[in-house]
Ligand binder design. Sequence first.
Ligand code: ADP
Length: 485
Amino acid sequence: MAESRFAFIFAPELRERLLWFIKLRWLAVAGLVAASMVGPRIGMQSVWPSLFLVALFVAGYNLFFLNVFRVAEEHGQPYGNLRSCAIRQMVMDLLSLVVTVHFSGGLQSPLLPVFAFHMAIGTIMIATRIMYVLAAATSLGLLGLYMAEGKGLLAVHPVDPTRGMCGRACDLNLVALTVALFGIVYLTDSVTSRFKKRNIELYRTTGKLQERTTELQCLLDEIAELEQRKSHYMRISAHQLRSPLGTVQTTLSVLAKGYVDPASERGRRLLAGAIERVDGLLAIVNDLLELAKIREGRGRAPWSQSINVNQLLADIMDALEPLAAQQSVELVPDFEGVSILEWGIPPDLVNAFENLVQNAIKYSHQGGVVTVRLRATETSARVQVVDRGIGIPEAFRDQVLLEFVRAPNAKRHAPEGTGLGLAIVREVFEAHGGSVNVESEEGAGSTFTVELPLHFTPPEARKSLQLGNGSGYRPQTERAGGRPE
Ligand code: ADP
């Protein structure tokens, strides 16, 4: 695997190693200072002040790198540019080491093994191919140094001046060192490549795990939001049921305790009021059950194919004509084109469109006009129910599609109503892959726009398609062997 040729450790680990390296470098600085002091006493005159200057140089760039880390951390990017920083540190170290070697005996220097240490650590931290380049550069650097010393271009600083130049032994030293540098890079790489590979896999798995965790967190947030909505919905439902129930209970206890004679005029009025309240309660309970059924997708009529929207709307308008006439409202059809839905639940669609047209009639003034408009496109059916009635106050416009929301002007105009009709409407159209929107101006009228995709495949049908034929799901019309409704 190509990546195993590269040094690959996690950024936090690399950062920790580099900081450890910086600490270690202070030890090297101390060692160089000590060597520059002690050297002249054991016959190595050349190390003072040269090694001391090298120590100052190393301390200088060590401080520089320490500062780089500090600044990166302050800027909230502790892991930025770590790899190039590691390479730069390695280059500076090798350079200082070559200079130190020059002042401590050249190819006789006791510090030559330190190169091996650098090559091994470098191969773990830096890409292997870069370490090969650095090994080559170091060997060439030492060769240049050796040749310059040999030609007298640079002074020679032997470890033991009494023994003079090292001659053939130094030639061999150079060859052995070059082989050792490359060999250590190669061996370290082959020993650590398996760990590097595992590190890469771990890195990828961690990434995937993080992705999954984020997805899971999103799902948990969604569930929490749903839970919140559910309890909000239950609270509102209970609240809506409590007030009429309270009124009925008071009426019944007044009558039961004999404070009012049920046969008296007042008693009859109280009873009539209680019956009205119970009717309202029943309407709410029925709507709540309907809403629950749609949301749970349970107990609904089956999905059918090829639903003719024009026919559906025309039937609804016929059915509601008497109600419109009773309110002196004119019902006007305005259909352009024919829309056939691939899939639909006809009773639900009838219920939802009926609700919209009924509302338009209910919230119209006497002599008003309600237009049911259909515009067929290639991909969708756009139905608009337009009235010139009481309209919806701006503050309620975005909320009327939610449960139990009734605008004050609607309550004044038509006191009876559950505030659940539009919530049912929205659920039905969304279950058909569509949407419903409201445009309205208080006092001027409202337009409810329904957008239904023609080629929507319900989840139940999709599941049956995935399972293949004979899964048991077939549209009602097909099962009956008849034509679509
Ligand atoms: P209900 O009609 O029983 O109150 P709905 O859920 O059908 O419940 O409607 C919710 C609210 O939306 C109504 O109370 C009313 O404020 C507003 N609304 C709905 N349709 C219209 C309309 N055509 N014109 C004006 N207001 C409307």
